[in-house]
Write a protein that binds this ligand. Structure first.
Ligand code: 5AD
Ligand code: FES
Length: 348
């Protein structure tokens, strides 16, 4: 099949057999057509709009010990912090002034924040910012906890599945975690009524084209509203310190493939992509991404939320970050909008 035919087939059918996907993922020879097709698909549905989400990293304590992550429990070099309810609300106030209409509360799995406390924080944000979406990203919880947060006013939940291949999942996580539970959490969240975001790292240790294809197949089953992918970036204080970073080229290629397979999805140009390359996020937008998630955390703690090394945007105030991103998005040919930014739905 000619290169262009393969991309046209993917665009029309939103799907390809495994062998064709493998070709597409492993070779750079389709990239030109692929990126063009992804960008035009994105423009058909979302125009040149880019949604912004204000990220509030409220705790870097974590009870988990994922081998890739810089805030894993056993990293004794990590200096730990927690934000109070008042500090979190102050981030939202500032974010609202800057035009954010989505707040993402992200943290490690930190038992200090009981369900009662999370519900209290969420309902206060809901009360003060009626026109905003509240996104949580707090890891694996029981269905009852997810339901309580939802009833308190949360609308969206981000939980990357990380890898949909069980042996690969075992290599990235200690024995007390399981892919089965992770998937169950995602189905529970959907069932409750959350808009759900999932995703995976690109180039994580032991990842192969086959595991990536399984990631895509899992996403086809889950049908999430948002799909977040970013390159794996090594952190020196983890058991994976000797592995190399994931590649930008592969991340961009996968963003484009995902745009064509999930035309309506919200796909962020992630901070990790901006970290491995100075223009990573701009290139991500051009490859089909339509969301950016600047940091709203207090500057004093930003460096401490180090999932990986050399994270960008750790020295800037929220307003500076917002301005910087605005320029970057414009330079890529798109524009930031302050809309709440739900995923578009297809008229079937
Ligand atoms: N490099 C890149 N991404 C990472 N994450 C965790 N550790 C790393 C790393 N070393 C990602 C995981 C997690 C998200 C919050 O950050 O995919 O779900
Ligand atoms: Fe944060 Fe550029 S986006 S400093």
């Amino acid at each position: 099949m000619r290169n262009i035919d393969l991309i046209e087939k993917l665009t029309a059918e939103r799907n390809l057999p495994n062998a064709a996907l493998k070709l597409l993922i492993e070779s750079n020879e389709y990239d030109t057509f692929l990126f063009e097709a992804a960008d035009s698909r994105r423009k058909e549905i979302y125009g040149d709009e880019v949604y912004i989400r204000g990220l509030i990293e409220f705790t870097n304590y974590c009870r988990n010990n994922c081998y890739y992550c810089g805030i894993r429990r056993d990293n004794k070099n990590a200096q730990r912090y927690r934000l109070s309810k008042e500090e979190i609300l102050a981030c939202c106030e500032e974010g609202y002034r800057l035009g954010f209409r989505t707040f993402v509360l992200q943290g490690g799995e930190d038992p200090y924040y009981t369900d009662t406390l999370i519900c209290d924080i969420v309902s206060e944000i809901r009360k003060r910012f009626e026109d905003c979406a509240i996104t949580l990203s707090l890891g694996e919880k029981s269905k009852e906890s997810y339901k309580a947060f939802f009833d308190a006013g949360a609308n969206r939940y981000l939980l990357r599945h990380e890898t949909a291949n069980d042996p690969h999942y075992r290599k990235l996580h200690p024995d007390n975690m399981s892919l089965q539970n992770r998937k169950q959490c995602l189905y529970n969240l959907k069932d409750i009524g959350y808009q759900v975001g999932s995703g995976f790292m690109v180039g994580s240790p032991y990842q192969t084209t086959d595991t990536l294809i399984q990631d895509i197949r899992f996403l086809q089953d889950l049908q999430p509203d948002m799909i977040g992918i970013g390159p794996y970036i090594t952190h020196e204080d983890t058991p994976f310190s000797s592995f190399k970073n994931g590649s930008m080229a592969l991340t961009l290629r996968l963003i484009a493939v995902l745009r064509l397979m999930f035309p309506y999805a919200l796909i962020p140009a992630t901070t990790a992509l901006g970290t491995i390359h100075a223009q990573g996020r701009e290139l991500g937008l051009k490859a089909g991404a339509n969301v950016v998630m600047p940091n709203l955390s207090p500057v004093g703690v930003r460096k401490l939320y180090a999932l990986y090394q050399n994270k960008i945007c750790t020295g800037e105030e929220a307003a500076q970050c917002r301005g910087c991103l605005e320029r970057r998005v414009n330079s890529a040919g798109y524009r930031i909008v302050t809309a709440i930014g739900n995923a578009m739905k297809e008229n079937k």
